[in-house]
Design a protein around this ligand. Sequence first.
Ligand code: PAF
Length: 278
Amino acid sequence: MKILYKVKDIKTAIAELKAQNKTIGFVPTMGALHKGHYALFQKAKQNVNVVVGSIFVNPTQFNNADDLRKYPRNIEQDIAFIQDVCDIVFCPTIDEIYPMPPTDIYDFGQIDKVMEGKYRQGHFNGVAQVLKRLFEITTPDKVFFGKKDYQQAVIVKKLINMYAFPIQLVLVDTVREDNGLAFSSRNMLLSEDKREKAAFIYKTMLEAKALKTELSPKEIEQWIVKQFLQQSFLQLEYASIVDAETLMPFTHFNETKKSVLCIAAYIDNVRLIDNLEL
Ligand code: PAF
């Protein structure tokens, strides 16, 4: 696996590969890699000739300085972890990605105003800033994103369409620990006991899904709020059942449209998100 740090070096490497008609798959990450990321790289390996990953903690997508400071970083361990599933890893500095402070503002309509967009103001604008830059640098044929960040995946789809990037978006299922907790870099900030307790999120989502035949989306959301109030270790930020495409509130279940239940909750000041297609 090649490790590159400079924009000019990765551009040269990719230009050479393209001249040999190789297809490029790209897996952008912020490091702190876990089995969920590994599944993205594995999927890429099955789909393209050359897998490019990036490890870059993007400061512009953090609306909270403390969250950025606390974000787990361990680049040597990350590089070793993806050794057999990644061909080139790009580890740029902030100056390489943003030679000038980025000022681009994106209009995604309503999809970045709800849920994560509501509680993490500016977050998706920062995600779009870094992804647009990374897509332009790596010019991939396919990009690989996890369904765990469901709203992010919808925004990436829109970003690709808005700029007519010739890129296919491939979504990969959420990978879970044995107890059901979705793998997340933030899990590393939790003790084993708290990771066990955090499995309550997935368990509650599964129970909520089973209520689909009896209750409306609104009633299920209210039921979830009650479940969270009956325990003390997790603080629910939101539980929203939304249209899988538009992310707008889902008013009633029907055969033709898909809905997704999205949850954000805090445990020990660590913010976790998860979702389940209903
Ligand atoms: O999902 C993430 O890890 C980040 O939001 C991404 C896509 C790498 C952009 O910084």
